[in-house]
Ligand binder design. Structure first.
Ligand SMILES: [Zn+2]
Length: 217
C-alpha cells in the first residue's frame, strides 16, 4: 500500500485494519472519522485503550477478561460453583451473560482444536479445565461449543478427557463425587454474539453425547 497520508496516519490505518471486520478501506474510513472527531472520538478512544491495556487482565481461574483476578463471575458467591460452562472464547461468555441464561461459572478454552490450523490441546486451556472439573464441588460440565467440525472435535476430545479423569478419580478414592455429568451443548450457528450456546442440549453423559453427535453428523 503506498503511503499517502503521512507515516503516523498510515500506522493508525494499518493497526485499525488488523481489527476483525475492518479491511484496509474501512480502516481508512475509521481513521478519518477518528481524526475529524478528535474531542468526541479520538481522545476518549485513546484513553479507553490505554485504560484497558493497563487494567484488563485474564482471570487465572476461568480465562475470562476483567479488571479483577479472579474475575467478577468467579468471585461471585451467588453463582453456582458446581456448574462449569465451557466456551470457545470470551465473546461466547459475554453473549451468554447478556442473555442471562446461565448462573454457573465458565471456562474459556481460548480456541478450538484444529488439525488444519495445527491447534493441539496444549494450545488451549484444557489442563486447567480438567483440574477444575476434578474439584469435588463440580457436579456438571457443559460443553457449549459451536456445531462446526472443529467445535465437535473439541467437544468429543474434552468429553473423553473429562470422562477419563473422572474414571481415574473414581479409582483413586472416595473424594470424587459420583454421578457428575458432562453435557454437550451444541450451537446451531457459530456467530460471535449469538446467545444460543446452551439452547440445544443432547445427551446426558459425555459418551452418550459423543454418540448422539456422531449420529447427528
Ligand atoms: Zn473467572
Amino acid at each position: 500500500m503506498a503511503a499517502s497520508a503521512g507515516p503516523e496516519i498510515e500506522r493508525l490505518i494499518g493497526l485499525l485494519a488488523k481489527l476483525p471486520g475492518l479491511g484496509p478501506r474501512s480502516a481508512r474510513r475509521a481513521a478519518l472519522a477518528l481524526l475529524k472527531r478528535r474531542e468526541q472520538l479520538l481522545n476518549p478512544l485513546a484513553d479507553a485503550l490505554a485504560e484497558a491495556s493497563q487494567r484488563v487482565k485474564t482471570c487465572q481461574v476461568c480465562g475470562s477478561l476483567d479488571t479483577q483476578d479472579p474475575c467478577a463471575i468467579c468471585a461471585d458467591a451467588q453463582r453456582d460453583a458446581s456448574l462449569i460452562c465451557v466456551v470457545e472464547e470470551v465473546g461466547a461468555l459475554w453473549a451468554m451473560e447478556r442473555a442471562s441464561a446461565f448462573r454457573g461459572r465458565y471456562h474459556v478454552l481460548g480456541g478450538l482444536l484444529s488439525a488444519l490450523d495445527g491447534v493441539g490441546p496444549e494450545a488451549l486451556r484444557v489442563g486447567p479445565l480438567v483440574s477444575r472439573a476434578a474439584d469435588e464441588g463440580v457436579r456438571e460440565v457443559i460443553l457449549a461449543l459451536p456445531a462446526t467440525v472443529d467445535g465437535q472435535t473439541t467437544a468429543h476430545y474434552l468429553a473423553d478427557r473429562l470422562e477419563g479423569a473422572r474414571r481415574l478419580g473414581d479409582h483413586a478414592g472416595p473424594r470424587r463425587p459420583r454421578g457428575r455429568r458432562t453435557r454437550l451443548a451444541r450451537r446451531r450457528h457459530h456467530r460471535p454474539g449469538h446467545a444460543g450456546a446452551a439452547a440445544c442440549l443432547i445427551g446426558r453423559s459425555g459418551r452418550d453425547s459423543a454418540k448422539a453427535l456422531k449420529n447427528a453428523a
